[in-house]
Design a protein around this ligand. Structure first.
Ligand SMILES: [Zn+2]
Length: 442
């Protein structure tokens, strides 16, 4: 940008002043003929005028904020994706929502790798524990393969160190706490790097009931589940209430001595009756307890339209298979569904919907209790337009700026809130004699 101005002062003492603005820096060139002192006074006046003109707030570019501030995404399903179909995510990949080049372009600094154990596998006992170990091996493998790009991170200091070193930190969360419950397993998985635990997944497990399961085996938490919350607190592992039933949530929030997280949930306000999202009362209580809700990007988490679409598809499928007596995996049912869906495009949510959820949480409980839990690689082809992969955090930042969030607030949403809570959890465990186990000495 080049700005040129010519001012003439009547006295002729100061003939001209030119100023150039280049990237916000002003350069002055003065031409002075006589009466130096009087000219000097005039310059001061004009400089002050110039200063006023330049005080218009400069909005930083979203890309520069993405680079500057710690971006923490608390739920990305890379391990399970690679377990199903391996790809080298240290370079650009054909499939999926995550790989190193895109994460770097998006400014992602810390990605909580989800150690996801399906309820059906958890129910088998040992196979769930084995799968958890396999998925953790896989995360370690990524870091071993590209130590200049990725580092497995075990504590908040590890994450800050990775950020300073320009590497992507990979802490881990276990989605479905079942494998951690047998005696000795909590210590084992803590050693291996699990730093949050999603208590249940799609079904009631040994710890808690699930929001997706009509069979409420425990009316909330099991007895072992209640004791497990205290163990997580004392060890320094964050308690994640995404996926649990409402009753379990209200029990957890009373029991947990440290702030809890919802690692990938959105606001039920926009998706009436969808128990997997959090009600306004739950969000309020979460904020009062010091916790954070990390917004899930899946379209059915964001809009009623996507909810209704999903229900219509499920209803049609159920009806069709009953009417024609077709098995779930039959080719006839598959082709009938393809025909049905052919003229019914999926109603993708948008960036604006994600912003609506953030605004809604902020209106209930303030900006210190909301963050990002995209569920990339976990929600299939249901991501919002504009936020299709890990390269898109700057778009979200631009959206937050347009909604009027300032830089400090944006930094909290991007990762500041989650890191504050994780530090609080570490500090509580330290009081109990359990200092954080880091990768490196800090
Ligand atoms: Zn999930």
């Amino acid at each position: 940008m080049l700005v040129y101005n010519r001012l003439t002062v009547n006295s002729g003492m100061l003939e001209a002043i030119e100023y150039y603005a280049f990237q916000g820096v002003f350069f002055l060139r003065l031409t002075i003929h006589q009466h130096f002192i009087a000219s000097f006074i005039s310059i001061v006046i004009i400089l002050q005028l110039g200063a006023c003109a330049s005080k218009q707030p400069q909005v930083p570019l979203p890309e520069s904020l993405a680079r500057k501030h710690l971006i923490v995404d608390t739920h990305i399903d890379v391990p399970y994706r690679l377990h199903k179909l391996y790809e080298d995510v240290t370079i650009a990949t054909e499939n999926g929502d995550f790989d190193y080049p895109r994460a770097k372009a998006g400014g992602l600094d810390a990605v909580f790798m989800s150690i996801y154990i399906p309820s059906s596998v958890d129910a088998l006992g040992q196979p769930g524990i084995d799968l958890a170990n396999t998925l953790i091996d896989l995360v370690e493998g990524i870091a071993k393969q590209a130590p200049d790009k990725f580092v497995v991170s075990y504590c908040t200091q590890d994450v800050f160190a990775a950020h300073s070193a320009g590497k992507i930190a990979m802490p881990m969360g276990m989605e479905n706490g079942g494998p951690m419950l047998p005696s000795g397993n909590l210590a084992h998985f803590y050693q291996r790097g699990i730093r949050y635990v999603t208590l249940a997944h799609a079904k009631s497990n040994a710890i808690s009931d699930s929001s997706y399961d009509e069979n409420e085996a425990w009316n909330g938490l099991s007895e072992a589940g209640a004791a497990f919350i205290q163990q997580l607190n004392n060890t320094g592992i964050m308690v994640d209430i995404s996926h649990v039933s409402d009753k379990a949530f209200w029990q957890v929030i009373k029991l947990s001595k440290t702030p809890i997280i919802a690692s990938h949930s959105s606001a039920r306000h926009f998706t009436a009756g969808f128990q997997r999202n959090m009600s306004d009362a739950m969000i309020k209580a979460l904020g009062e307890q010091g916790g954070v809700i990390q917004i899930n990007y899946g379209s059915n988490f964001l809009t009623q339209k996507a909810q209704d679409y999903g229900k219509a598809v499920r209803d049609y499928r159920k009806q069709y298979s009953a009417d024609h007596q077709l098995a779930e995996d039959s080719e006839a049912l598959k082709s009938a569904m393809s025909l049905y869906l052919a003229d019914k495009p999926y109603p993708y949510a948008s960036l604006s919907d994600v912003l609506d959820h953030i605004d809604h949480v902020v209106s209930i409980t303030g900006v210190k209790h909301v963050g990002l839990g995209s569920d990339y690689d976990g929600v299939g082809d249901s991501l919002p337009t504009g936020l299709k992969d890990v390269a898109s955090y700057p778009k979200l930042i631009g959206g937050l700026q347009q909604r009027g969030y300032n830089e400090d607030e944006i930094a909290l949403i991007l990762g500041g809130n989650l890191m504050r809570i994780w530090q609080t959890v570490e500090a509580y465990a330290l009081q109990k004699g359990n200092p954080p186990l880091c990768k490196a000495r800090h």
